[in-house]
Design a protein around this ligand. Structure first.
Ligand code: NAD
Ligand code: UDP
Length: 317
């Protein structure tokens, strides 16, 4: 007879074959939970989770979150949504449907089966922020009709839905606002800055800095981020958030390019290209709430995280 571990939970990860989702599945499988990974493979891929496919406590479901689905689970991590600007702008109507209808479908499921549910929200809900660094009580500066709006407003509406299901139906919700995260398994062609610069540097191609490169971002290594998400789900105080998760060390995009050139020893040249519309000028999380409530702060600095990420891309290119 198998011994039952009462700490084992049935956990659904939507977007589980993506960059963050696959790392989350790794952690949850290693902790012994029964993990259901749901994905439509729009930006994720089986290669990200192929190493988990033979495990007894891992299952893969091909499904589009825009359609309802009934599953028996204890916890839901809702990550399904393209995250890079080129991918979420490829089919903007689908992007907003995934955020909004996906949230409705998952919150309905959570309500029905009394599951705890965590939403992967984003620093994009602050838009092009006027307040710096961004704290959770800042309402943001978002264009509702621009090319980033399908993502930003979809994620904002999903947050609204989470808090309405919480107030109206007592659903046990957790909302994390994720700031730029990078690491192994980023898609080499997804257009995000860290993967773009590393791929360009490794191929000795021009490094494409958009605008003057003085815009800032704060980059969090994936392992730190996953740790914060799991702490949030497990928080015993039933803390709903929203809570910022990110690394507060802020860099200009030009500094990032120079750092990647130095670490890779590349012969690439930096070239300047037009800044995309509505590109936020600055972004840095205030993570004091995450530290107070979850005792969480990132442990891996940009140099160490870039070394690991560059090693991954060297391997796959
Ligand atoms: P990703 O594109 O690698 O992963 C998203 C996953 O969702 C992919 O596997 C994709 O195939 C899947 N997906 C998309 N639409 C779907 C649909 N309709 N039905 C089912 N699956 C669908 O991106 P990521 O970086 O891993 O991001 C994961 C989540 O975290 C996203 O919700 C994103 O908005 C959020 N987030 C990420 C970052 C970051 O820096 N990586 C920052 C803020 C927020
Ligand atoms: N960026 C850049 N060159 C690239 C890709 C991105 O200069 O090849 C810039 C982009 O304009 C933005 C920053 O890097 O200012 C971060 O872009 P990313 O798409 O990674 O994330 P987001 O804008 O969503 O934070």
């Amino acid at each position: 007879m198998e011994t039952q571990n009462f700490n084992t939970r049935r956990v659904l990860v939507t977007g589980g074959a993506g960059f963050l989702g696959s790392h989350l599945c790794d952690r949850l499988v290693a902790e012994g939970h029964d993990v259901l990974c749901l994905d439509n493979f729009f930006t994720g891929g089986k290669r990200n989770i192929s190493h988990l496919l033979g495990k007894a406590n891992f299952e893969l479901i091909r499904h589009d979150l825009v359609q309802p689905i009934l599953l028996e689970v204890d916890e839901i991590y809702n990550l399904a949504c393209p995250a890079s600007p080129i991918h979420y702008q490829y089919n903007p109507v689908k992007t907003i449907k995934t955020s909004v209808m996906g949230a409705i479908n998952m919150l309905g499921l959570a309500k029905r089966v009394k599951a705890k549910i965590l939403q992967a929200s984003t620093s994009e809900i602050y838009g092009d922020p006027i307040v710096h660094p961004q704290k959770e009580d800042y309402w943001g500066n978002v264009n509702s009709v621009g090319i980033r709006s399908c993502y930003d407003e979809g994620k904002r509406c999903a947050e609204t839905l989470f808090f309405d299901y919480y107030r109206q139906n007592g659903v046990n919700i957790r909302v994390v606002r994720i700031f730029n995260t990078y690491g192994p398994r980023m898609h080499p062609n997804d257009g995000r800055v860290v993967s773009n610069f590393i791929v360009q540097a490794l191929k000795n191609q021009d490094i494409t800095v958009f605008g003057d490169g003085m815009q800032t971002r704060s980059f969090c290594y994936v392992d730190d981020l996953i740790d914060g998400m799991i702490r949030m789900m497990n928080d015993p105080d039933e803390f709903t958030g929203p809570v910022n998760l990110g690394n507060p060390s802020e860099f200009t995009i030009l500094e990032l390019a120079e750092k990647i050139l130095e670490i890779t020893g590349s012969r690439s040249k930096i070239v300047f290209a037009p800044l995309p519309q509505d590109d936020p000028r600055q972004r840095q999380p205030d993570i004091s709430l995450a530290f107070e409530q979850l005792n969480w702060k990132p442990a891996i600095d940009l140099d160490e995280g870039l070394e690991k990420t560059i090693a991954y891309f060297k391997d796959i290119l």
